[in-house]
Design a protein around this ligand. Sequence first.
Ligand SMILES: Cc1cc2nc3c(=O)[nH]c(=O)nc-3n(C[C@H](O)[C@H](O)[C@H](O)COP(=O)(O)OP(=O)(O)OC[C@H]3O[C@@H](n4cnc5c(N)ncnc54)[C@H](O)[C@@H]3O)c2cc1C
Ligand SMILES: NC(=O)c1ccc[n+]([C@@H]2O[C@H](COP(=O)([O-])OP(=O)(O)OC[C@H]3O[C@@H](n4cnc5c(N)ncnc54)[C@H](O)[C@@H]3O)[C@@H](O)[C@H]2O)c1
Length: 459
Amino acid sequence: MATDLDVLVLGSGQAGVPLAARLAAAGRRVALVERGDLGGTCVNAGCTPTKTLIASARAAHVARTAGRLGIRAGEVQVDLGAAMDRKDAVVARWREGVRQRLEAAAPRLRLVHGPARFVAPREVEVAGERLAAPVVIVNVGARPAVAPVPGLDRVPFLTSTGALALRALPAHLVVLGGGYVGCELAQLFRRFGAGVTVIDPSPHLLAREDEAVSAALEEVFRREGIRLALGAAAEAVEGGAGAVRVRLAGGAVEEGSHLLVATGRRPNTDDLGCDAAGVALDRRGFVEVDARYCTSAEGVYAVGDAAGGPQFTHSAWDDHRILFDLLLGRGRRTRDDRLVPHVVFTDPQVGVVGLTEREARARGVPFELATLPYSAVARAVEVDEPDGVVRVLVDPRDERILGAAVVGAEGGELVHVLAALMQAGASARALVDMEMAHPTFCEGLQSAVMTLERFALRP
Ligand SMILES: Cc1cc2nc3c(=O)[nH]c(=O)nc-3n(C[C@H](O)[C@H](O)[C@H](O)COP(=O)(O)OP(=O)(O)OC[C@H]3O[C@@H](n4cnc5c(N)ncnc54)[C@H](O)[C@@H]3O)c2cc1C
Ligand SMILES: NC(=O)c1ccc[n+]([C@@H]2O[C@H](COP(=O)([O-])OP(=O)(O)OC[C@H]3O[C@@H](n4cnc5c(N)ncnc54)[C@H](O)[C@@H]3O)[C@@H](O)[C@H]2O)c1
């Protein structure tokens, strides 16, 4: 058994890699165990492949719609193989970067390939070898969860991982789930030329967002020819390769050539042997942690998707920063006191931070809501990107921003302006008083908050 370790990291995800590398640089003897490709979900099956392919799909969309700007691009042909090759090249580049980062940390960092399984407190077995350390960090991530719809055990279906590796375009993709994955991939495949239907039991796409946010996206999806079957649960799935049918509550049937199941993600803890280590899981299998990432087992910490909470790369990466400082005894931040923006990379993008209107009402938080359609922003009209809406919730007591959503071109970038003000505890008046360059999308943020009576220009 290897007993010369200070830290054992399980999983080379968005928290595990920087934690392992920085702890090694800080003098710790570290082993990092990875059972799959280096870099975890984000690099291999998540952010990188989706956003790279979305760029190709957008290029097709821009070429198809260029006529609106007086440019004739001719018939648009999508070379799916070339788009996939480009995606694979970017993924390989990022994965190689991870490998180099880990190798550069040798000899204090040792990379171990294989599935880790706890066999005792702070001790795992990997490919016949036992590794133990006084500190163990669980960063095992998550994988697609398949909703329990009758028939799914017999009908072939894709998850996001398979869909991102397709080499032939589905004639018609039926997507179960209108969340992040469902929305991003629905538009991606529609723009590549597939027919697409999205099914979700919620009455709106992106059901956690405010209705106005979802509605803005739904309008664009419908216009692009994406069929939305919302508000009815899938009751049964039938068919076989090349012909699938989904029966919905109420009797409607949605048909397609391929089925994509995008109904959330479950943690990779079921085969981790957490019992043997005294690591408690919640009823959905996520590792239970406190604000400082401590699990129920002394010396064992959990970060990233497997620890519950927001399933984002930026959250996992921030977990690494917070836990690194805590382990070195200098931490002030915890996982509970942070602002977590999120962006859905549809077109228009959906950037959100802080409270939604629905959450503010449910919590009884007083607010004033500023809204502005994107079509009122000069820049949006000039570049022919008028879809979307800006929504900012302002606290009437101190004029601080409580939350915001920017649906629109570059909405994922713009929301960070509002997030930065929130992080700084600044008043929304800062947006009003500053001089913004014209014509920019940012002017839309200023114009939006100036729709509130308290910030309006007076005669
Ligand atoms: C299609 C898709 C698109 C996404 N797009 C975005 C996006 O645009 N922005 C964003 O912020 N987030 C996005 N996400 C979410 C993001 O990918 C995850 O939140 C993030 O990767 C979580 O990182 P992590 O470190 O917790 O785990 P992961 O990155 O999943 O890494 C966990 C690692 O642990 C390994 N592992 C698991 N079990 C074991 C074991 N027993 N032994 C050894 N190794 C093990 C796995 O092989 C994996 O490499 C997307 C996800 C998907 C599926
Ligand atoms: N841009 C990003 O940051 C990004 C992109 C992709 C994924 N992610 C992360 O990955 C996670 C997983 O994404 P996801 O889209 O799989 O999950 P999600 O939780 O975002 O959405 C799942 C959707 O499936 C629906 N659903 C549940 N059961 C269903 C059923 N039986 N039939 C039809 N629909 C059903 C839900 O109503 C929900 O709308 C996200 O929560 C997010 O944290 C992030």
